[in-house]
Write a protein that binds this ligand. Structure first.
Ligand SMILES: Nc1ncnc2c1ncn2[C@@H]1O[C@H](COP(=O)(O)OP(=O)(O)OP(=O)(O)O)[C@@H](O)[C@H]1O
Ligand SMILES: [Mg+2]
Length: 506
């Protein structure tokens, strides 16, 4: 035998070996899948299984197959019912053999499907070209369907850190390669494995604020949007500051409003300050809410920021006196203060029209800087909305303290890099309200809920009525707060004028 013939025969034997191995492997996978079927909701599934077995058994027992065959071969008259009603040992054997063969075929089919899925995921993973120091690629170990359209993929990944999967390029390629959305990638360190959650359900193209607002159960929280795995909400205290960025028409103002409304609809004591210096239109809709204060001019905005800085300094003194490190609004009878600045580039404009404005913008920058740096412990949070993020529109100190970002579509790579530090804001589908939500190290595509003016106005009416009732019948806590006559209260009450000015102007 020549060497070539030998090689040829080896290859054939390899193929035969592979075939036999994959044949038995299919049974093994099939049994695993079969067992998995009974994991949850056992009683229902076992009864269903028993009924199904009875059906398959009687199918073979009554020789229905035979009946069909006979009918086709010899025509209708060949079927005689009495033949099938007579007890016959052979028929039992036939029933059980049929049942066994059916399950063998079924388990093989299940296993083959699983093996096919596993191979597909392995190929997807190979496409990423991730390798460890020895040149080994990660290996798909197991796939578990969690809910319809959502899979958990366990990957053996020795010597490959999680970061290799989450880098910008790998993450995007992975989303494309797997043909779905990677919800999360977690490292199981002691097993040298990585757990990937893949969602294949497309994200909703529209979401309504009123249909998701019941998710606002945490204190001072807002709706982020409808994500692949459900409605995402966020407590503002955890961030502590928030950024909304996107090109014109991408849905920033709607997002800004729904965040304000979310904060108002969620439980917890808070006061909301809206600085809307572009034209004041966006904020005006909230003017009737008793705990919302609006500022439309740079002059009032700067004086408000100064007062809030004073409040912050006061709170720090309070914390020092009481040996505490953080204001808890409920425990310390102090409102959470949330300052929202729409089109913040106007407030930080470095090319103002006159020296007076230049002075105001310089002051605004430095005040916002210190509020951003120290606000967290004093229960003061900031929200910025802007089209572009540059040093000119938002100070670097402020940017460093922002841990929550709504990144709507960006037109340029630089724009995306500035908001997210990667290019994901470039690849967002062109759907209004679609954005990448980035909090700390996680990135998630979400559909931000659309909020209607009608809803906001209706809620304002209810709040006014509630405030009147509280004025008439104050709670003990409110009486206590009023009698304290703290400087903080006086400062904040002073800004009711700002609110009224805003209301009159509007
Ligand atoms: N989450 C959303 N779902 C559906 N449609 C939306 C959503 N957000 C915004 N839109 C639609 O897009 C339009 C523009 O939205 P919006 O005014 O919020 O954009 P913007 O980014 O603030 O634009 P600009 O930079 O011009 O102020 C809205 O009129 C609204 O119809
Ligand atoms: Mg806008």
């Amino acid at each position: 035998m020549t060497t070539q013939q030998k090689t040829q025969s080896n290859i054939n034997w390899d193929k035969v070996g592979d075939f036999i191995l994959s044949f038995f492997r299919s049974f093994y996978y099939g049994i695993k899948e079969f067992k998995r079927f009974f994991k949850n909701d056992k009683i229902h599934k076992v009864s269903l299984f028993a009924a199904f077995n009875l059906f398959v058994f009687s199918f073979f027992y009554s020789r229905t197959l035979h009946f069909f065959a006979a009918r086709h071969l010899n025509g209708w008259p060949s079927f005689k019912l009495h033949e099938y009603l007579v007890f016959d040992v052979n028929q039992f054997v036939l029933g059980f053999t049929g049942l066994a063969l059916f399950y063998l075929a079924f388990i093989f089919f299940l296993g083959a499907c699983y093996a096919h899925r596993k191979k597909k995921y392995q190929n997807n993973l190979n496409m990423l070209g991730i390798k460890n120091g020895n040149g080994d690629s990660p290996k798909v170990l197991d796939i578990t369907p969690c809910t319809p359209g959502r899979d958990k993929i366990i990957v053996q990944s020795p010597g490959i850190p999680k970061e290799k999967y989450t880098t910008d390029g790998a993450f995007n390629t992975m989303n494309m390669a797997f043909g779905g959305y990677i919800e999360s990638i977690d490292e199981i360190v002691n097993k040298k494995q990585v757990e990937i959650f893949l969602n294949k359900k497309p994200l909703t193209k529209a979401c309504n604020y009123e249909s998701v607002k019941m998710e606002l159960t945490d204190d001072d929280s807002f709706i982020v949007g409808q994500g692949h795995s459900g409605v995402v909400t966020q407590k503002i205290a955890e961030l502590p500051h928030l950024l909304i960025a996107g090109t014109t028409g991408s849905g920033k103002s709607n997002c800004f409003r729904q965040v304000v409304m979310g904060l108002l609809d969620s439980p917890g004591r808070k006061r909301i300050y809206l600085l809307d210096l572009k034209n004041g239109v966006e904020a005006q809709i909230f003017k009737d809410f008793p705990n919302v204060y609006i500022s439309k001019e740079i002059e009032t905005a700067v004086s408000l920021l100064k007062d809030l800085k004073e409040v912050m300094d006061d709170r720090y003194k309070f914390l020092e006196r009481n040996r505490r490190n953080q204001i808890d609004p409920l425990r310390d009878s102090r409102d959470r203060i949330i300052i929202l600045i729409d089109e913040c580039s106007v407030l930080f404009d470095k090319s103002p029209a006159n020296p007076q404005e230049a002075d105001y913008t310089a002051q605004a920058r430095s005040l916002v800087d210190s509020l951003a740096k120290l606000g967290r412990a004093a229960a003061i949070n900031l929200v910025f909305a802007t089209q572009k993020i540059t040093k000119e529109t938002l100070n670097t100190t402020v940017q460093e303290n922002v841990e929550g970002r709504f990144a709507f579509a960006q037109k340029t790579l630089a724009g995306s890099l500035n908001v997210l530090g990667n290019k994901r804001a470039l690849d967002i589908p062109k759907i209004k309200g679609r954005c990448i939500w980035n909090s700390f190290a996680s990135y998630e595509e979400v559909q931000v809920p659309l909020i209607s003016e009608k809803y906001i106005l209706k809620r304002a009416e209810i709040e006014i009525e509630n405030a009147k009732q509280r004025e008439k019948f104050p709670t003990r806590e409110e009486i206590h707060l009023r009698s304290m006559g703290r400087k903080e209260e006086a400062v904040i009450d002073g800004h009711k004028e700002v609110k009224q000015n805003g209301a009159c102007d509007g």
